[in-house]
Design a protein around this ligand. Structure first.
Ligand code: 9MR
Length: 386
């Protein structure tokens, strides 16, 4: 067995060895974030990772992390375990072990699980075998065969147990607003939209009652203008062609820029432009979800308390705006504790300190961000209002 795979499985086994609710762990505050979200007809959830093969350190192996998720969440999403590299690591070989483990745990604790993702429409995020695949003399048919087999197999494997799927992730280039090309879109004649249509139609046929989501990270900070415009154009084309897409997943990695070269400034955002974007999206009939919420505090200067306050205020303003849309359904954080956040691996703070982007700190204590989310949910208009 591939050693990275063995490590990932060992992590999962280690997690299973811990009691599901260790009595020594502190209880999470009441009412839970999910209970507050339910009052408005929504659910609150989080990503949970078992560890990327070769890197280890998955949150799921940590009983304190599991305890926080069990206490706060009504649903989870596997951080990586349903991506192609995990699910189809070799051509035609499917491996659902890690995702199954997460689903089993979620079900045992009354939590639902959503799916992320069937196609990450980005040149980087494929297993090596896909990028070096020989598409043969009829590349379009071979691309269609691979995509259809993957989507159909994964969707049918879980059926009604996964009621919402990110079918396509990040198809719009954030810098230009144009569609990204991948090995698949190139094999299909350089028409990325064809990949999206095939993916959504295949998913709809396999799991007809599932919510099908287009997921992306356009946001309200300056610098997102082209990204937002590109996503709007895409959503319009999908509607025009009758492609079965139910909702836009607004990832909501807000705050300072996450990528190398992004400005680290924190705070400026354009509420008007963001509302106009959301108005157009909902005006086309799409539902909304927050799929990957966190607040990057890379650009906030100050001690932990000052940073936590600024993060909480920024998040409250964002969530209040989002929750003013009755089309907004479930809200998921991309991790519950600072130490497990993917952002610790992104460009760092000038003072070299770890970032504080999540509702709980590295010791598992609730932060002002947790209180801000609770306050936003508690005062949110119900999505079922007349
Ligand atoms: O948090 C995820 C990290 O562990 C992975 O290494 C990375 C690559 O697979 O993906 C991260 O999650 C991303 C998500 O799948 C899509 N939106 C952006 C997320 C953060 O990069």
């Amino acid at each position: 067995m591939d050693p990275t795979r063995r490590q990932a499985l060992a992590l999962g086994a280690a997690a299973a060895a811990f009691p599901a609710t260790a009595a020594s762990l502190p209880a999470t505050p009441k009412p839970s974030l999910n209970a507050l979200a339910r009052r408005g007809g929504r659910r609150f959830g989080s990503a949970v990772g078992t560890g990327w093969p070769g890197r280890g350190g998955g949150a799921f192996a940590d009983p304190r992390y599991r305890r926080i998720v069990e206490g706060e969440c009504g649903l989870i999403v596997p951080e990586n375990e349903l991506k192609w590299s995990w699910v189809q690591p070799r051509p035609g070989v499917f491996d659902f072990a890690a995702a199954d483990r997460l689903l089993g745990w979620a079900s045992a604790h009354g939590m639902a699980m959503r799916g992320h993702n069937l196609v990450w429409h980005h040149p980087h995020w494929w297993p090596a075998w896909v990028t070096s695949h020989d598409f043969g003399a009829r590349p379009a048919s071979e691309a269609e065969r691979l995509l259809t087999t993957h989507i159909d197999t994964v969707c049918r494997r879980y059926g009604a147990r996964i009621a919402s799927w990110d079918v396509i992730n990040e198809a719009v280039d954030a810098g230009t607003g144009e569609m990204r090309e991948t090995v698949f879109s190139r094999a299909m004649g350089g028409r990325p939209d064809d990949v999206l249509d095939l993916a959504f139609r295949t998913a709809r046929a396999a799991v007809p009652h599932c919510q099908l989501v287009y997921n992306d990270y356009m946001s309200w900070e300056p610098g997102n203008e082209k990204h937002r415009a590109g996503v709007l154009r895409l959503l319009e084309r999908l509607r025009k062609r009758g492609t079965p897409v139910d909702a836009l997943g607004v990832q909501s990695h807000i705050g300072s820029g996450n990528n190398p070269g992004d400005p680290s400034i924190f705070g400026p955002h354009d509420e008007g432009a963001w509302r106009r974007f959301l108005d157009e999206v909902t005006g086309m009939g799409y539902q909304l979800l927050i799929t990957e919420f966190d607040v990057n505090d890379r650009g906030i200067v100050g001690d932990a308390a000052a940073r936590d306050r600024a993060v909480a205020d920024y998040a409250k303003a964002y969530l209040d705006l989002m929750l003013s849309y009755r089309q907004l359904g479930d809200i998921l954080a991309w991790g519950m504790t600072d130490d497990r956040s993917w952002l610790q691996e992104r460009p760092g703070r000038a003072d070299g300190r770890p970032k504080r982007p999540c509702p709980y700190d590295a010791q598992g204590r609730p932060k002002p961000l947790r209180a801000a989310i609770a306050a936003a949910l508690a005062h949110a208009p119900s999505r079922h209002r007349a």
